[in-house]
Design a protein around this ligand. Sequence first.
Ligand code: BES
Ligand code: MN
Ligand code: ZN
Length: 506
Amino acid sequence: MDISVAIENIVEWETDAIVLNLFEGVTVPGGATGAVDAALNGQIRDLIAGGDFTGKFKEIAVLYPRGGISARRLLLVGLGKREEFTVDRVRQVSAAAARRARGLGAEQLATVVHGGGVGGLEVRAAAQAVVEGAVLGTYRFTPYKSGEDDDDNNELEGLTLVEFDAAKQTDVENGSNAGRIIAEAACLARDLASHPGNEMTPAILAGRAEAMARETGLRCEVFDDERIEAEGMRTIQAVAQGSAQPPRFIILEHDGEDPEAAPAVLIGKGITFDSGGISIKGSEGMWDMKFDMGGAAAVIGAMQAVARLDLPVRTIGLVAASENMPGSRALKPGDIIRSMLGKTIEIRSTDAEGRLVLADAVAYAARYKPCAAIDLATLTGACIIALGHEASGLFSNDDALASEIAAAGERTGEIAWRLPILDGHREQMKSDIADLKNTGGRGGGAITGAAFIEAFVQDFPWAHLDIAGTAWAQKDLPHIPRGGTGVGVRLLVDLLRNKENAPEPL
Ligand code: BES
Ligand code: MN
Ligand code: ZN
C-alpha cells in the first residue's frame, strides 16, 4: 500500500472513498466531519438525528455523496465515548474502515487523522496509529492461494492522510512514516509465523533473516549445526537431533549511535514445528505448532523496524531455530544434557523444548553485556490457561524493565501482564540427579517455564514474554486478522523508541 500525506481540504479530495469520524453522542459534528456535513447539506446530521448512526466504537456508515464532495464514497466511523478514546482505538477504527473500504471495491482511500484534532491525541502518535491500523487491518496471507476462486480479492493500493492544518504536516508525516515501517515489520513477522513447517524450516528462516538484513543494512551471522556444536550450544543441538532439518542460530546486529554501548538483546524461540518430539503431542490441532517460531518472527520483524527507523539504540537479535521431531536419534525423556554454561538438565518432557533452546540463547546473550535482554516465546499452554488470548505473560528479574515493557504493551495494545517467579517455583525445576529438570509439574506452568530460562541469565536485566496465547489469532479483530499476529514487534519497537525517556535499565 502506498501511503502519502496531503495538506488539503478533504471536502475537495478526489478519491474512491474518504474516512471521517464521530464521537459517540455528538449530534452536531465539528472539524473535517462538520465541514463535509455542511458540504452535504446536513446529511451526516440527518443520519445521527434519525438514529442510524450513534458513533459507537467501530460503527461504520457508508454514504454516497452525489457530488456534494469530490470523493465517491464517505465512510463515517464511530470513535466511541470520548472519555474512553485512546491511540489503540484509533488503530482499530482505522483498520475497520480500511477493511470496509477494500470490501466495497475502493482502491484509493483518504482519511483524516482520527484524534489529531478535537480528539486531543498527540498528532504524531495518532497519524502513526492510523497508518498502522490500515496496514495491519488489510493484511492477508496469500502466498498459497492461487486466487481464482476468491470473491474478495480487491486490494487497497493507496492511503492518503489528508490534513487541513499545514502546521501539523511534519508530525503527520513523521507519524505516518513510523507507522508504515512498524506495521510492515509486524506483517513480516505474521508472514514468517504463518508459513507452514515445510516452507519455514530453520534454514529457510535463517535465509529470510539474512535477506532482511541485506535489505536494511543490518549485520547478520548464521551458525549452522557444526558451528552450534563448536560453540557448545548443546541444548539447541539436543532439541534438533531428532529432525532431518539441521538447526540454525541467527544473530542480527544494529549498531545504533554507539556500537560500543551496552545493547538491548532480543531473543526469539524459533521452533519451526513442534510435534512434541518423543513426548509427542496429540494429533488434534497439532498443525498449529507451525507457529511455534512466533517469538523468532517477532525478533526478526522488530530488527527490521529498528534498522529502518535507524534507532539510536544498539540492538542485537538472537534466534534459536530448530524443529522438534521424534525419531531414532531424538532426545528422550530421562536424557541428561549439559548446557553451554555447564548446568546439567534432566529432560522430563521433550515437549518442553522451547526453554531448552532458549537456555543456550540466553546464555549466549551474556557476551554482549546487555543493558537488557528480552526473550519472546510461544512457551507454554499454561500461559493460555492463565491469561487467555488477551495478554502475553511477562516475567522479569528487574522491576524497572518489567514496568517499561508493560507500559509499551499498554501504548501498543499488545498487553503484557506480569506474573511472579518465586523461590518455590525455582524449587519446582530442581532435578534429583541433575541441576535442573525441564518441567516443573502441574502448578504454575507458565511461571516454571520462565524460572527455567531465568536459571541461564547471568547478571543482566532480563524479561521473558510468553506469547503462546497471543501469537496466533483464532478470530478476526479489526487490526489483527486470523493467523499469525506479529505480536511483540510493535511492543518491542515502542520500548526501544522510548529508551531515551526511560529510567534504568533501558
Ligand atoms: N509450543 C508449546 C507451547 C504452546 C502450546 C504454544 C499451545 C501455543 C499453544 C511448548 O513447546 C510446549 O509444548 N509446552 C508444554 C510444556 C510442558 C511439557 C511443560 C505445554 O505447554 O504443555
Ligand atoms: Mn513443545
Ligand atoms: Zn514449543
